[in-house]
Design a protein around this ligand. Sequence first.
Ligand code: BGC
Length: 492
Amino acid sequence: MDKESTYNKNLVIIIAAVAATGGLLFGFDTGVISGAIPFFQRDFQLSNSMVENITTAGLIGAVIGAMFTGRLSDIFGRKKTILGAAIIFVIGAGWSGWAPNPHSLIIARLFIGLAIGISSFSVPLYIAEISPTNLRGRLVSLFQLLITIGILVSYLSDLAFAHNSDLASWRPMFYMGIVPGLILLVGMLFLPETPRWLMSKGREDESRRILKKIEEPGEIEASLQRMKDEIEKYKERATFREVFKPWLRTALMIAVGIMFFQQFVGINTVIYYSPKIFMIVGFEGARAAIWGAVSVGVVNVAFTVLSLFMIDKLGRRKLYFIGLSGIVFSLFALGLVFAFHSSLGTEGKWLAIIFVWIYIAFFAISLGPLGWLFISEIFPMRVRGIGSSIGSLSNWLFNGVVAFTFFKIVKLFTASGSGIITHEKLYDAATHTFTMQAVNNGNPAGAFWFYAVIGVLGLVWGYFYLPETKGVPLEKIEEHWRQGGKPRDLKG
Ligand code: BGC
């Protein structure tokens, strides 16, 4: 019988459930801010650039978290690292909801960002080390699916708490994050440390005890031996410098490049700012705008499910080109809708939402899952950990840059007189009353065209740099880089 299939199925199911919570939290805390923005912006009287600062704070936290988590999880173990992240999630969610002023909110988001960064790396690592090889790929994809479900859940929860007349609505939205944080914390307490990490610390007896729970009795010793051999083989720590060796430069370019294009087509301007975008285009009130965001979340989940079936059939390159072409098309169309917004009337807002759906659908079948898949496939075993952490680090870094610059780019590309005016109830400090005031939001048409141009560059880049890894054994990918092969020439 195949060694891998002898794992205890029940434990794998429990592990999958914990993975689910980790991914869900990651998505929840990514998405929750979008519905909260229209409320805390008015509550605290914030400019768009202050909103960018608060959104970006979470991303800076994630970059820092992702940077240190490799080391942390080596020193303290996978389980303790995830437990630590869960505690930060719970405290961060409570703090975000309680924040008495914008500066406190910035620090709270930075704090929760740490947990997002830590969990985005350590949860998949935990799953990969404790689950059977033949399920690894599927469990990594499951993680991406749960990120999108987490985003959707956060939109729904935002909707439940959004009351147009209650400016403090954003507080319970953030408090809700405590719930999945607690579930992860408690669930993780009952799960074991990975046998592989224990073994690497020379704790053979404990490793054996845990293996007894997840493997068939006859397989335990063989499995222990395999681990020992593997650890012996990779005993010398792979260093950061190794990833920068000339023969691995192509792999590094692919990892950083795919994350660059995944983020610079503007995905998270839609994820974070979609209620704001829908308000600008004419949906009345924060609630209606959050409904728009919920629909975006549903499309995202549905097409991510679809991608799970397509990724091994159509192959990576085909999906990339189909997806990115669709993204470029819908960004261009979205720009047109905003540019001609004043002459489109009420149809404009429906066209805007339809093109946002098309955009998300194409993203969800291509760049979304492909980014995370490529960074886990293209590095040789010895440097896979470091390589993929550079990939996720770039992801958060580029994400931060895009979130931080969105409104600035909108402003930069707004032709004079084309700014979209919305009428919002704002607090007037002089009279201590709320009055309807006209707000000039600029016009995002130019920003969307800007992202479309980057998408076109991504098509050219992909032609030269993207390998087809479908059905190619990982050792063969390593061999290809060693021989100085071009990405395009990689074949199964
Ligand atoms: C991206 C995230 C994005 C999410 C949307 C992920 O692959 O890395 O930045 O928010 O997809 O579903």
